[in-house]
Design a protein around this ligand. Sequence first.
Ligand code: FAD
Length: 514
Amino acid sequence: ILLFIVTRTIWIMDKVKPWRTNHSTSLPYELFTLDISTRLRSDPNSIKLSSSDFGNMVKNIPCAVLFPTHVTDIIDLVKFSYNSSRPFTIAARGNGHSVRGQAMADEGVVVDMRSLERFGGGNGIRVSWDSGLGFYADVGGEELWIDVLKATVEHGLAPVSWTDYLYLSVGGTLSNGGVSGQTFLHGPQISNVHELDVVTGKGEFLTCSRHLNPELFYAVLGGLGQFGIITRARIVLDKAPKRVKWIRMLYQDFSSFTRDQEHLISNNVLDYVEGSLIMHQSSSNNWRSSFFSNTDQSEIASLLSKHGILYCLEVVKYYDDANINTVEQELQLLLKHLKFNPGFVFKKDASFIDFLNRVRAGELKLQSLGQWDVPHPWLNLFIPKSRIMDFHAGVFINIIQAQNKSTGPILVYPTSRKKWDDRMSAVTPEEDTFYCVGLLHSGGVDDWEALDAQNKEILEFCEKSEIVLKQYLPHYNTRKEWMNHFGEKWSSFQDHKYKYDPKMILAPGQRIFH
Ligand code: FAD
């Protein structure tokens, strides 16, 4: 017996050794006696990949990374931590496209969700139909939306609500909301989910929906990963169109631009409505500029030099064989009443997939120029409609245009609160219509802090001006700020944490409870 104990201890110590060199004794050694220990890695590459994100501004070093080959690996890891006398933190990393370390676990364990897809041990993407729900897809939380799109269009179907960029994981966007130009019509991605499988912070594996474990279902959607790791989501599908008519129109006047946007989201004729600012500073390094030809760009440049700032309304109408003969007419009728600059309307006809995957071409271009993996001090805000003119004057004109240091797209488009479910954890402004504003800055290694300082100035301006905004993809440093962010939802948010993750194990990178 003594010999067995000695050899077993030597064996365990041998396994633990590589950790000790990185992060010494932070993880309990018993972890290495579990079957999952062979999927836990602490080599420099694994650690490096999991200690940074798209934002490139935060670095948090985990002790180890779990590369699960099956959902049970995740259950075993969380259960172990929960039952341990020294629980450690665990962060699910979808595709690591957060910007402020939200998917990191300093001195904890990062779960590389994509590994489930690589090893085929996740839920994959399965399309089904039933009389109650219609068509839907059961999708692993680790899947990317681009793959969900490709798999579902093969059946002539597709999800209805999207993000602008599709190389994001299903679990990652459902933890936040998932917004884009379709949100006004279908709600955010979290409004288009029937059911979830979740591993809670106690290591329980639970299925939840509006009828089964509803409290967990609503808590997890928009819950910033605080209550459980999503391993499967049942997503609403609808018939996929074949092609789209894609139009951009330029305005020199912000109030006409927003009036037209609000009109367009109220009549439900279009399938997508967004908008962006065009300034001198944002014309380069902008994934969205590929829409315009060289001739268009020089015309736009001369209009821009006259006005200093332009507003680009972007709309899309889906079509297929059924409405191929009427779609143009319908759009003409709609455009006739809009107040864009005459002559500054640009049209494209694209496949549904090319339209949805529109950001990819820009990404590849920036990657080839070495401008993709740079710091991204982003600020995403929801602004109530009643204050968007004040926001325009105080932020777009007096801060961003005046300081002339912004690079990257600036998005601004309205959406409707009616399409959000208030029982979910996600928070929005109180008004029926609010604007999604994305300041998607790209910084250099040396100058991103100046852009971040500008973000702080913007938030201070809004606070002083009593613009009651909500941050989307929020980032705060204090408990008081989080309480303010969740407002009336804070006490239930906190109760859900005590119920589903009482040892505060999950998603430490959000810095809400840790
Ligand atoms: P990660 O960064 O890996 O994780 C984000 C958070 O979710 C972390 O807290 C993590 O722990 C948690 N998490 C990850 N997986 C799971 C899971 N399976 N279960 C539970 N929690 C989990 N957002 C929009 O809404 N609309 C857009 O149009 C949009 N465009 C974007 C474009 C680009 C280029 C980028 C970089 C981001 C964009 N985003 C957009 C933001 C994006 O939705 C969020 O950053 C999202 O979290 C990224 O998904 P991810 O898989 O990379 O998540």
